[in-house]
Design a binder for this molecule. Structure first.
Ligand code: ASP
Length: 439
């Protein structure tokens, strides 16, 4: 059994957190490859080391004195080193960083030092080999990620390393120039390492016990999701869930490696297991509910629209030509509604309306803003009759008017459009009917 374990910034924010991580790793000898983030926030108003590095580098670029900012970063690491009683010095590394900042080594290089230094401390603390991600994660000259080369390099380097620490978030071009993934990108590194070593499991340790069925800011103490498929997660993340970087899914999914989201502060919790497919029946008919606010709907009406060949294409083309992406498109016999992001649409509203008038000469165009979309997602819906019925009776009981319904033929999700002011009540009503009453 071989596991890759990635720890997020809050799991490594100080020496106490490092100790928790140390015991998690030592408790299971299959946890052989460790991917750390940079130290995150120690308390809610704290600053992440990555943000401190960005700010410090900005000062360096402006030619300002950045000594104090760099010293503060060094202190964050020193606090960890001292707290762990390590006889380990980062003096030389900080001297090099200072010089590199002065010569303008680049913003990505600056940010990557957060993971690089934390990786070095982690390797010393665990007595694992240290692998610099710049040697193993490859970017092309144009800055795009090179998946094949990375897999080759990582597999070669890790083949004869039984246990190793590989810092997350960055890699380098062949020239050695450091490039980072987008924010939260250590999740991606973890996934790449899991693929390269052929891991049985990719554990992603963070500060929550996995995904929750609904947003805790809307539903009080929502239950967590035990198992979710990649497809379900995609439907939910599209609507706003954000525990895992989206790009972390592809490498492991392709190789059939499950991801387990775990909580460093509650290792006794099983967290959420993300799998390609499963015959484990979900506990509830639905796996999760997610919603996003801020949509507008444009309803185009024209008699005999259904027999006018090319009508829909022409309307959609107007949105395409104006650079507005379409979220959903429910239609009736003589109407079609187009749901779009309200902010993007508002900028181009009048131009789009006039283009629609010119291209298809509709009888009427109606606009409605302040709409929200809610996705009710679950593989369990496929084999259960009456899911849609329960959704609508729950919403009717809560006096919520449904503006739109969209069910994909996969029967994996039902999307409901409601007015902005009904958004939270609708999510609560759905949670109640599917989870609390569990009929
Ligand atoms: N440290 C980086 C960030 O704050 C990357 C990561 O934590 O995954 O975004």
């Amino acid at each position: 059994m071989k596991k890759v374990v990635k720890f997020g910034g809050s799991s490594l924010a100080n020496a106490d957190q490092f100790r928790k991580v140390g015991s998690i790793i030592r408790e299971d000898e299959s946890r052989r490859y460790v991917v750390p983030s940079a130290p995150g926030k120690r308390f809610s108003h704290d600053t992440k080391v990555t943000d401190m590095l960005y700010a410090c580098y900005e000062s360096a670029v402006k030619g300002a004195d950045f000594t104090e900012q760099l010293d503060q970063i060094k202190e964050r690491y020193q606090e960890i080193i001292d707290g762990l009683n390590l006889t380990f010095s980062l003096d030389e590394d900080f001297e090099k960083i200072r010089k590199d900042f002065t010569r303008g080594a680049g913003e990505d290089y600056a940010a990557s030092r957060g993971e690089f230094l934390n990786g070095k401390i982690m390797a010393a603390y665990l007595d694992y080999a240290f692998v610099d991600a710049a040697d193993a994660v490859r970017f092309n000259d144009d800055g795009s990620f090179n998946a094949d080369m990375t897999n080759e390099l990582l597999s070669d380097i890790l083949e004869n390393k039984h246990r190793a620490v590989i810092p997350g978030f960055y890699g380098a071009k062949e020239s050695g120039e450091v490039v980072t993934f987008s924010r939260g990108g250590s999740d991606v590194t973890g996934s790449l390492v899991a693929l390269a070593v052929g891991a049985d499991l990719y554990e992603n340790w963070t500060d929550v016990s996995g995904f929750l069925i609904a947003d805790p800011r809307i539903v009080k103490n929502p239950k967590s999701i035990e198992t979710i498929t990649y497809k379900e997660l995609r439907e939910l993340s599209y609507m706003g869930a954000s525990v895992l970087h989206e790009d972390a899914i592809f490498p492991v999914r392709k190789a059939g490696i499950p991801i387990n989201i775990r909580n460093t502060n509650r290792p006794q919790d099983k967290g959420t297991l993300i799998v390609e497919s499963t015959c484990r029946r979900p506990k509830y008919t639905i796996t999760g509910i997610a919603g996003t606010d801020g949509f507008a709907a444009v309803t185009v009406e024209k008699a005999m629209m259904n027999s006018e060949i090319g009508f829909c294409r022409k309307v959609l083309q107007v949105f395409e030509e104006n650079g507005v992406s379409i979220e959903h498109m429910p239609s009736g016999i003589d109407t079609m509604s187009i749901f779009v992001n309200k902010d993007t649409f508002e900028d181009k509203e009048q131009k789009i309306l006039s283009d629609i008038n010119k291209t298809v000469a509709p009888d009427h165009i109606e606009l409605e803003s302040d709409l929200a979309l809610i996705a009710v997602v679950g593989r369990g819906m496929k084999s259960t009759r009456g899911t849609a019925g329960r959704i609508f009776s729950a919403l009717a009981h809560a006096h919520i008017n449904v503006k739109m319904i969209d069910q994909g033929s996969s029967e994996l999700n039902i999307i409901i459009g409601v007015r902005h002011e009904d958004f939270k009540d609708a999510i609560r009503a759905l949670y109640e009917i599917f989870v609390l009453t569990q009929i």
